[in-house]
Design a protein around this ligand. Sequence first.
Ligand SMILES: [Zn+2]
Length: 230
Amino acid sequence: MRESEVHFGHRIGWLRAMVLGANDGIISIAALLLGMAAADSDRSTLLTAGMAGLVAGAVSMALGEYVSVASQRDSEHSDIAKERWELEHQSEMELSELAAIYSARGLSPTLAHEVAVQLTDHDALGAHLRDELGISADDLARPMQAAGSSALAFIIGGVIPMVAASLASKASRIGLILAVTVVALVALGFTGAKAGGAKPGRPIVRVLVGGAAAMGFTMLVGKLFGAAIA
Ligand SMILES: [Zn+2]
């Protein structure tokens, strides 16, 4: 297959969740650590805050993703049940509904009818789910899987600035956390774009600008707050 013929659209769901999770992990933990470092915290306070942030972030990612994907799954399930009932109880109407969909996509009425008849014989429910509702039966929403993978992605992302913070001396920690975070964000933007089949330039710039804003703002707040309560 030529490279231009490979499509990645079907990967977008989990890919988006993983990249988002890792991105969140890197930026929020880096920002947290930088805020603490700017407030002149000692090493153990810094790392404890980072660890707490890592756990809190992973839990909240998992929960948020679970809730959103579970409600998507529920609506898919109720659509499937409804469609199944309609196929059983009003098969004639369902057949003309399917034919209407194909003729709206450009087939002649006769051909559309013939396609609808054959697909109905082959797998009526599958044809309705796919062409009427846009649901693919072997690609249904999986809430637990989504929750687990975004929590894991958050942890993997967040561990990166944590490692930098634990290795650095007090004098070098801000610089090192910043440097490691920028490298990680570039690598993530690049990987995400490549895996999604897009050009990496814009995603990298987006993620860097967002990350820089988050870190700069948190450092500023950390510094002001640290000075205010000192
Ligand atoms: Zn239908």
